[in-house]
Design a protein. Structure first.
Length: 220
């Protein structure tokens, strides 16, 4: 039995027992005001500091509401068959890479929870362990570290801007999304080695950190 067929056998029970954790009362009030006045999805995304997380979750939720053909702004105004909607969505994304499948389901799960719809853990577990997804949450491809010779070939075909970014990434360990957020004032080329202050709003974790780049990256 394939994943799409097995998804239809997920359990039917759920409970509404979610309590919103963390943050100050003022922050909660601000976010709830945002959710009421700027849209359910964008209000939910405002809880996350990482731009990459917001981007992926936005894609997942937009696809979810497109699949079930419902409006997120009015979705919680009346009682819905949430389990059926989630299973239908899971069937549509069943053939995607395991990591994408898991992250998209996680986005929908958290969105429902933020709106006080907390389906039972066993339901989500069933969705995560069906068919081929049962094997692993790992990507379908396996990365390997390129050799210095391969990196040099890549650099030789890069523009000056591309070469600068690539050298920064290679020597600092930054994510590409973080590198593209850097401002001039974040860079200290006089420091040895040159350093970059990654602000909390740039990083996936929401934590600021300092990274260092090589002399070759500095020269570019």
């Amino acid at each position: 039995m394939n994943k799409k067929n097995m998804l239809t056998n997920c359990s039917q029970d759920y409970s509404n027992s979610y309590t919103i954790p963390g943050n100050s009362l003022n922050n909660k009030k601000h976010i709830y005001f945002f959710m009421e006045n700027e849209g359910k999805i964008e209000g939910f995304l405002s809880w996350y500091s990482s731009k990459s997380t917001r981007k992926v979750y936005r894609s997942a939720l937009n696809l979810f509401f497109s699949v079930i053909n419902k409006n997120p702004e009015s979705y919680f105004n009346e009682k819905q068959d949430y389990k059926t909607d989630v299973v239908r969505f899971a069937q549509i994304i069943a053939d995607r890479p395991p990591k994408t499948y898991y992250v998209y389901l996680s986005a929908v799960k958290k969105f429902l929870q933020r709106n006080e719809i907390d389906l039972k853990a066993s339901f989500w577990q069933d969705l995560k362990t069906v068919s081929s997804y049962k094997r692993s949450r790992r990507a379908l491809t396996e990365d390997r570290i390129p050799t210095n010779k391969e990196l040099r070939k890549i650099l030789n075909h890069c523009s000056l801007r591309e070469k600068t970014i690539l050298l920064m990434l290679l020597s600092s360990g930054m994510r590409i999304g973080e590198a593209l957020e850097i401002k001039r004032e974040d860079i200290d080329l006089d420091y040895k080695p040159a350093k970059i202050e990654l602000q909390m709003e740039y990083t996936k974790t929401g934590l600021a950190r300092t990274v260092f780049i090589s002399d070759e990256a500095r020269e570019h």
